[in-house]
Design a protein around this ligand. Structure first.
Ligand code: PLP
Length: 451
């Protein structure tokens, strides 16, 4: 293995692997991929280079995570220094300074009084941690019959058993048995009939929030612990909340003592112009889950932010009582903390969150310029996120979306994200107008070509 790594660097990281058999790739058609791979070799700023040396414009911030752009010197330096200084420190009844510094920074960035931070290593872990915290919160208050968890159709909350149970993507659920008992789902808010080509938040669909009242009527509020919602569903193809929807969900939760969790794994850290989407839409949840942009994707890290009220419920015990029987070996890993702190410094110094608002109109106009191209049936946008939806091919749904994605990479030199017949875009926030022009000019050509 040592020799393989030495060889790899010797060839300046562009070596193609001798065999592709052993790596079982996640969420990938392995046979299709390995027959015609898309292999990235290096990255800097807005661009990747693939193993053939071609420049690839990153229109998706890697996988919705590299919000400050690639290989930013401040972040690289912080991670290098940290690994030389303190490579690992346990956080069970022991710690090191950086997780405290980072948690304080996050508390300052968070909306409302979400001032307490639990660290994880991924979005999936953040979601499962948040669901467990919600259940344990009610129990700590003597309200332990509140055990039901409510998600939404088409939601993506990662791949833990909790996350797929409240999630609403059939393919992610159907293979894995009965899942968590006691979950239920609100309808999704995608309504192409009424909202096609809306710019920003769609006008129709606010009434869908009343689904929560229906579930309260069905199950009784006294059995419901929490509702979890992505302010914008990313993985299902950028589904936006109808105007006023999140406000209404907040009201219903308050009325019935139900906790509201925003899963901000994608929408956090500037994607829609603020640290969290909660702040952009003006709705404060009780818990936020985060990951991805927290550490700019370069070291895995996630976080769960909880309100004072929730934290207080765990702080009632004796001084020597453990607050929460939950945690990961790598919770608050020093390398991840260093990466995250340097990332937050970069966001602040370069005003990157504000850029998603400043460039929002330009982005909106550019993405909607694709309206009228063959098979384009919807375009959605908010902040610096967007999606283009195609009419599925007869008898072969998903293939048109895949062809656009694949051609965008091989012919257009561009990284996008495909889910079914939707192409999703979420560029690094360092993007310039010229990159936006390139993205949509190239996509227009590709879409015409695929047609
Ligand atoms: N929650 C949301 C909203 C996500 O978009 C994702 C990943 O895309 C996750 C959770 C899972 O994150 P991870 O892949 O880091 O486990």
């Amino acid at each position: 293995a040592t020799t393989a790594l030495a060889d790899y660097y010797q060839q300046q990281a562009t070596a193609k692997p001798a065999s592709m058999d052993a790596f079982w790739m996640p969420f990938t058609a392995n046979k299709q991929f390995k027959a015609a791979p898309r292999l990235l070799a290096s990255a800097s700023g807005m661009h990747y280079r693939d193993v053939d040396g071609r420049e690839i414009l990153d229109a998706c911030a890697g996988l919705w995570c590299v919000n400050a752009g690639h290989a930013r010197p401040r972040i690289v330096e912080a991670v290098k220094r940290q690994i030389e200084t303190l490579d690992f420190a346990p956080n069970f009844s022991m710690s090191s300074p950086l997780p405290f510094v980072l948690a304080q920074r996050l508390a300052e960035l968070s909306p409302g009084d979400l001032n307490h931070v639990f660290f994880t290593n991924s979005g999936s872990e953040s979601v499962d941690s948040a669901l467990k915290i919600a259940l344990a919160y009610h129990r700590a208050r003597g309200d332990g019959q509140r055990t039901r968890l409510i998600g939404r159709e088409k939601a993506y909350h990662g791949v833990g058993f909790g996350g797929i149970s409240v999630g609403g993507l059939p393919n992610n659920r159907k293979w894995f048995g009965p899942l968590l008992p006691g979950t239920d789902h609100l309808r999704h808010t995608l309504d192409i009939q009424r909202n096609a080509f809306s710019q920003g938040l769609p006008a129709h669909g606010l009434e869908l929030a009343e689904d929560l009242e229906r579930l309260v009527a069905l199950h009784d509020a006294s059995t419901i612990a929490a509702v979890i919602i992505e302010p914008i569903s990313g993985s299902a193809g950028v589904i936006l909340p109808p105007d006023g929807y999140l406000q209404r969900i907040r009201q219903i939760c308050d009325k019935h003592g139900i906790l509201l969790i925003f899963d901000e794994v994608i929408t956090g850290f500037g994607r829609v112009g603020k640290a969290f989407a909660a702040q952009r839409v003006g709705v404060t949840p009780d818990i936020i889950t985060a990951a991805k942009g927290l550490s700019n994707g370069c070291v895995p890290m996630g976080a769960v932010l909880v309100s004072e009220r929730i934290h207080q419920a765990f702080a009632q015990g004796a001084d020597n009582a453990i607050d929460l029987f939950h945690g990961y070996t790598y919770s608050g890993h020093p390398l991840a903390c260093a990466a995250a702190l340097a990332t937050l410094d970069t966001y602040a110094e370069e005003n990157l969150f504000e850029k998603a608002i400043e460039l929002g109109d330009y982005w909106q106009q550019a993405i909607h310029s694709l309206k009228g191209l063959p098979n384009v049936i919807d375009i959605r946008n908010y902040g610096l996120i967007g999606a283009i939806e195609f009419a599925p091919r007869d008898g072969a749904p998903g293939t048109r979306g895949f062809d656009v994605f694949n051609d965008a990479f091989h012919k257009g030199g561009m990284l996008t994200r495909v889910t079914g017949d939707v192409i999703a875009l979420s560029p690094p926030l360092i993007i310039e107008k010229t990159h936006i022009d390139q993205i949509f000019e190239r996509l227009a050509d590709i879409i015409r070509g695929v047609a």
